[in-house]
Design a protein around this ligand. Structure first.
Ligand SMILES: Cc1cc2nc3c(=O)[nH]c(=O)nc-3n(C[C@H](O)[C@H](O)[C@H](O)COP(=O)(O)OP(=O)(O)OC[C@H]3O[C@@H](n4cnc5c(N)ncnc54)[C@H](O)[C@@H]3O)c2cc1C
Ligand code: FES
Length: 278
């Protein structure tokens, strides 16, 4: 009799259990998750997963924990609509669906042994937290590490406990800024771009990793080019509406690139010709 091979569907959804939930700000919650089959998620910083809630929908979300942690993974979700608001109503112990990880993350092998300049705007700190935690866990594999973090107001500061700790570390350079301060704010005030000229980097040795709201990219790239960073050492992560998450439906297409498969992390060199379409 002929052997029948049943291929696993690439759309195969794994059950995952929420084991912890932390309210980070008014709009964002951090979910700590484990896979129900006791396997672990093998991912790279900057990759994303498709998260599904039965009967509600499916959305792309960046993984924000260190890939070296095999006990659980974490996702930070901002409540903006149907699926994300439903996620915010979930409790510890409840089950969600997971596909992935998908996409190209930050090219760790390429950036190791270099200096790192991490520029996070608002929720952009979520995928970058995975890279930061990885670099801290492997501190000796990297040169200087600079982290610049900006958000609109102090109340919107994500991962504030960890940020305080990064600020205290002697092996990191850390600066944080808000667009609008309150009387208790002791840090910088101004756009994140205002921090870049003051960062002391060797552009040839440095990779910049940038994630933030779309408006931020144009101005940050301008500052990085002025610092002398080569175009293939500027790494940018993009968000697009997605459906399949794996290069099949065309929903996330930007000219000839699929954001889900060719990105979400691109070098500026890869996308500079289509800057207008971004
Ligand atoms: C690669 C990738 C990584 C992401 N990582 C995170 C993350 O770590 N945390 C997080 O909170 N969100 C992340 N997002 C955005 C998240 O996927 C959307 O917020 C989510 O799909 C909204 O779904 P909803 O049903 O709650 O909202 P909807 O009701 O579908 O929409 C609400 C609003 O969000 C906008 N929106 C919907 N989908 C997207 C999208 N894919 N990109 C940009 N805007 C969108 C809509 O235009 C609308 O204005 C990521 C998106 C991508 C593509
Ligand atoms: S989401 Fe389907 S091709 Fe990218």
């Amino acid at each position: 009799m002929e052997k029948v091979v049943i291929k696993k569907s690439p759309y195969n959804v794994k059950k995952a259990r929420i084991i912890d939930i932390k309210q980070l700000t008014e709009k964002e919650k951090l979910f700590r998750v484990i896979l129900e089959d006791n396997s672990w998620l093998d991912y790279e910083p900057g990759q994303f997963i498709m998260v599904s809630l039965m009967g509600i929908g499916e959305i792309p979300i960046s993984i924000c924990s260190s890939p070296l942690n095999r006990d659980y993974f974490e996702i930070c979700v901002r409540a903006v609509g149907k699926v994300t608001e439903s996620m915010h109503r979930l409790n510890v112990g409840e089950i969600i669906g997971i596909r992935g990880p998908y996409g190209k993350g930050f090219p760790i092998r390429m950036i190791e042994a270099h200096d790192l300049l991490i520029i996070a705007g608002g929720l952009g700190v979520a995928p970058l937290r995975s890279l930061i935690l990885y670099a801290i866990d492997n501190r000796r594999d990297f040169g200087e590490i600079h982290i610049l973090f900006g958000c609109k107001t102090p109340e919107e500061l994500l991962f504030s406990d960890e940020i305080e700790e990064w600020g205290r570390r002697l092996d990191l350079h850390f600066a944080c800024t808000v667009d609008r301060a309150d009387p208790d704010w002791k840090g910088n005030i101004g756009l994140i771009t205002s921090l870049i000229p003051g960062v002391d980097i060797d552009p040839i040795r440095t990779y910049a990793a940038v994630v933030g709201p779309p408006i931020m990219y144009k101005f940050v790239i301008k500052e990085l080019l002025a610092k002398g960073l080569p175009v293939d050492q500027i790494l940018l992560s993009f968000e697009r509406h997605m459906k399949c998450g794996m290069g099949k439906c065309g929903r996330c297409q930007i000219q000839n690139l699929y954001c889900c498969k060719d990105g979400p992390v691109f070098t500026f060199k890869e996308i500079m010709d289509m800057a207008e379409a971004l």
